[in-house]
Design a protein around this ligand. Structure first.
Ligand code: ADP
Length: 612
């Protein structure tokens, strides 16, 4: 006889092999090595037990205990569900394995798990007689019945379940009761109708709960599986779109929910042209105010986990640049329409800017280089003219040469100014100035040339003029340009009047300069064109120049927040009027802010004019 401890070990080994077979058969075919191995192990342990002379092996599940050959071995809660479910499902109390039971016999009982009908019949059909089932049969107990309750009827009986035998009138009562109960309470009610034995009730509840849990888990897992797959797909789409977007750009700007800048990396600073310290806290769309920046921003920055968000994107920046950037980038989509890449070509704007930059650098260098030798030539000519003998012919030639160098010099000045304006290097230092002084200074500078041409310059300034906010040197230059045109286009004997007045419109907030001549005048149809660059309209006499003078003059006026107009009747002289803003204590504040009409233009007027 085997020692009790050793015997218990064999029992446990058998139970392990048997429950393993019960589980494996649900996963694999009967001839699968996993299944076979478990069954062979079970058969081997049974043979060992038979050898030890213990005879048949009865495995009983009684209330909360598992007994082998009547000896308690384990508490029911330690048992795997597969074994407990087998007992519960077929209402088995004891399974008896005869001494010679084989792995194939055990296979039959394992396969029985999936059977819907009666267990005993299942085994009988397969000719299994070395394993027998003893059913636990409980008498139907009315929950309302007095104590004494249900009793286990003859376990070997083949009677049907008690529930089936319940009086027909009972059903509606239970149904009515559980209808209004929560799930757990409903279960308790139903179970209490099956047995009055609290231990048995507990077991039934346990079995039902564990089955219910298994079912729910499986159903939830099935449902979650679909959701998980969808979620993964969405996440992957987002990761892909984000990586495509980030590969497109070096700069990163982080904004808060209102679109205000929180962080910028150095590349983003370089792109915007301003440091984070200056932009931090500003709205990102305001970056578009820095020339040629295009900002696209989703209308709803916050992401929602409940509602659909708007597809709307707000765009800010010069429309033509935005259009160019858009036209230079194509997105690559996969067959589902999801973004997987982009194709970009350097935009025309970028190329154009590079060429413009080259042009500007070239002009700046060339004009600078031209000017130095020209100054020397002029100085040399002047010395020669002073020292030249009284030879009228030679003196005449020298004077012509000097005039030509002066003209050349003024052309170079025009080109230099134009190139500075184009590159934004022409800086204006606006401050409090007296308009009368500026008018006088400009007229004074041109007097000599005017009188050499037989022209008179008159200066008229209104008394007690308000002060103006202007860059003195540049404003004098503006008037000099206008006076030099007047000199060029006015025949000998004419008069040029330089004036400063408060203007006709007292609300205009400007002081007006005017340069009036008695020259050839400008045709109405040409008056709009003359401020454009490189425009020269046919005039009475052929004069030199670049056609840049008025374009530069207008840009200088407008950049100071002023305005310029022309009035002329062809053949009867012309009047150019320049309005400069009044001084109202402006400091650092750019004058554009006072003049919404200039600021509101989608592209500043002077930029369009100069073709930037
Ligand atoms: P430029 O530098 O060649 O003189 P501007 O831009 O200064 O060019 O002037 C453009 C054109 O406007 C001139 O060619 C001339 O036809 C016309 N214009 C400018 N000022 C006057 C004026 N005071 N009287 C008549 N025509 C003028």
């Amino acid at each position: 006889m085997t020692e009790p401890q050793e015997q218990k070990l064999l029992w446990l080994n058998f139970l392990k092999a048997f429950t393993r077979a019960l589980v494996q058969i649900n996963l694999y075919k009967p001839d699968h090595p996993q299944v076979r191995q478990a069954l062979d192990e079970g058969q081997r342990v049974l043979a060992q037990l038979a050898e030890a002379g213990t005879g048949d092996l009865s495995v009983t599940l009684d209330n909360d205990k598992l007994l082998i050959n009547g000896t308690p071995l384990l508490s029911a809660d330690k048992l795997p569900n597969s074994l407990k479910n087998l007992y519960a499902r077929f209402r088995i109390q004891t399974i008896t394995f005869a001494a010679g039971a084989t792995g194939d016999d055990m296979l039959a009982i394992c396969q029985m798990q999936a059977h819907k009908g009666d267990g005993k019949a299942f085994l009988k059909e397969r000719g299994i007689d070395r394993i027998t089932l003893n059913e636990a049969i409980y008498a139907k107990v009315n929950a309302d019945a007095p104590a004494g309750g249900p009793a286990v009827v003859n376990p070997s009986s083949s009677g049907r379940s008690a529930a089936a035998a319940a009086p027909a009138a009972e059903a509606p009562k239970v149904a009515e009761k559980i209808n209004s109960q929560a799930f757990q309470d409903a279960m308790t009610t139903v179970v209490s109708r099956v047995t009055a034995d609290p231990a048995e009730q507990r077991r039934v509840m346990e079995i039902l709960t564990s089955k219910f849990q298994e079912e729910i888990e499986a159903a939830v897992n099935r449902a979650l599986d679909g959701i998980r797959r969808e979620k993964k797909k969405v996440e992957n789409d987002m990761v892909r779109a984000e990586s495509v977007m980030s590969s497109l750009a070096d700069g990163v700007v982080v904004v808060d929910n209102d679109g205000k800048i929180l962080m910028m990396n150095p590349q983003a600073e370089a792109i915007s042209g301003k440091p984070l310290a200056q932009l931090s806290g500003q709205k990102i769309v305001d970056l578009a105010q820095i020339a040629d920046q295009v900002v696209s921003l989703a209308k709803e920055i916050k992401s929602s986990d409940k509602e659909d968000i708007s597809k709307e994107v707000s765009k800010a920046g010069p429309a033509d640049v935005a259009e160019t950037v858009k036209k230079a980038t194509a997105i690559i989509q996969n067959q589902d329409g999801k973004i997987v890449g982009t194709v970009s070509v350097p935009t025309d704007t970028v190329k154009m800017k590079q060429v413009e930059q080259l042009q500007q650098d070239f002009i700046a260098t060339m004009t600078h280089e031209l000017r130095s030798p020209l100054t020397s030539i002029k100085a040399a000519l002047e010395i020669m003219s002073r020292e030249a003998p009284e030879d009228q012919g030679a003196r005449g030639i020298l004077n012509t040469a000097i005039r030509n160098t002066e003209r050349l010099n003024s052309i170079i000045t025009d080109i230099l100014d134009f190139s500075k304006l184009q590159s934004g290097k022409l800086v204006f230092h606006q401050e409090d100035n007296a308009a009368g002084d500026i008018a006088k200074e400009a007229a004074e500078a041109m007097k000599a040339w005017a009188s050499s041409k037989g022209l008179t310059i008159a200066v008229r300034t209104a008394p007690e003029l308000p002060r103006i906010y202007a860059d003195r040197r540049r404003t004098v230059q503006v008037l000099i340009n206008l006076i030099s045109n007047a000199i060029k286009f006015t025949p000998q004997g004419g008069t040029i009047t330089v004036a400063a007045d408060a203007g006709r419109d007292a609300l205009a907030n400007f002081v007006f300069f005017s340069v009036t001549d008695t020259g050839c005048g400008i045709k109405k149809e040409d008056q709009g064109k003359i401020f454009e660059k490189f425009v020269q309209v046919a005039a009475g006499e052929k004069v030199g120049g670049t056609g840049l003078g008025l374009a530069i003059t207008k840009a200088m006026v407008v950049m100071q927040g002023g305005r310029i107009t022309v009035e002329s009747e062809y053949g009867r002289g012309a009047t150019f009027r320049v309005g400069m803003p009044l001084f109202k204590g402006q400091g650092e504040q750019p004058v554009f802010e006072q003049l919404p009409e200039v600021k509101q233009e989608e592209k500043p007027w002077w930029k369009k004019l100069l073709g930037f």
